[in-house]
Design a protein around this ligand. Sequence first.
Ligand code: GLV
Ligand code: GLV
Length: 324
Amino acid sequence: MKNKIILTKIFQKEAVDILKKDYDLIIVEGSGKDLKTTLKNNPDTEVIISFLSDKIDRDIIEISDNLKIISNYAVGYNNIDFIFARDSGIFVTNTPDVLTAATADLTMALILGVSRRIVESDKYMRSGKFKGWGANLLLGRELGGLTLGIIGLGKIGLATALRARAFGINIAYYSNNRKPDLEKKFNFEYMELEELIKNSDIISPHIPYSDDVHHLFNKNTFEKMKDNAIFINVSRGGIMNESHLADALESKKLFGAGLDVFEFEPRVNDRLNKLDNVIMVPHIGSATYTARLGMANIVIKNIKQVFSGKVPENLIPEHNVLKS
Ligand code: GLV
Ligand code: GLV
């Protein structure tokens, strides 16, 4: 008998084909049933392949006694009650590395797009407003010499910093664990969080979401930021109070914002829809063909490792606590 896998959403066809060949694959999307019902109907499920929009809580994790691994097709895994899974002896894996470049590229795209008002300019063209070149038309912010404050100098934070350097941007960062080797090698300046918020022209958090960072960006934070600063968020919507961000954009306290994630995803605060100084994209940080195929391959690799009795390669770091 083939091992049973539940895939909550359709992903790369190549990956679905491999899974179908080797396993008893049940796909939730399009089946007319939800994940919970599907699990209840298949209590011998050994694997759940989940996506960041799937809430994998205790109720879900407890249904199958045979569950061995929850393989999340994302680098972030705050959608999973991973502590409960870990303590129940279930592996939780994610898909790091392969999406680092794609996410850092998108971060730069948002920085460039906001600073040079690209989307606003495009709308201007399409609405027929362009009547001739103008010395004061759609002026933006020049990036050279600005300071980019990165919160969380992990892989994506670092990849973003290295791209930004090529534009003459100075890099400051805050992280729970200071990285002196990177500071020296790339001339990054470490700042305490408060200092970073006050001194950055562009702020981009690259941290995982947890309760500790819920609404890290709120009225207070936006007020402390420099006038005309740019706020970028490609991490998780929950780290910002979206309504407070709308205030800071409406009042022009901020020059602009670039958002890939939203507090109540997929819903967006309607005030943002009316503003020209925000660029919004629908959580596409990792959305390149290369990254998404890489993510699918990691998911499959980790599942295969578990079925051959190995510890999967991309266990989330919280598993280390258990092992040590
Ligand atoms: C995307 O947000 C991810 O965590 O992979
Ligand atoms: C996380 O990426 C950190 O460096 O704190």
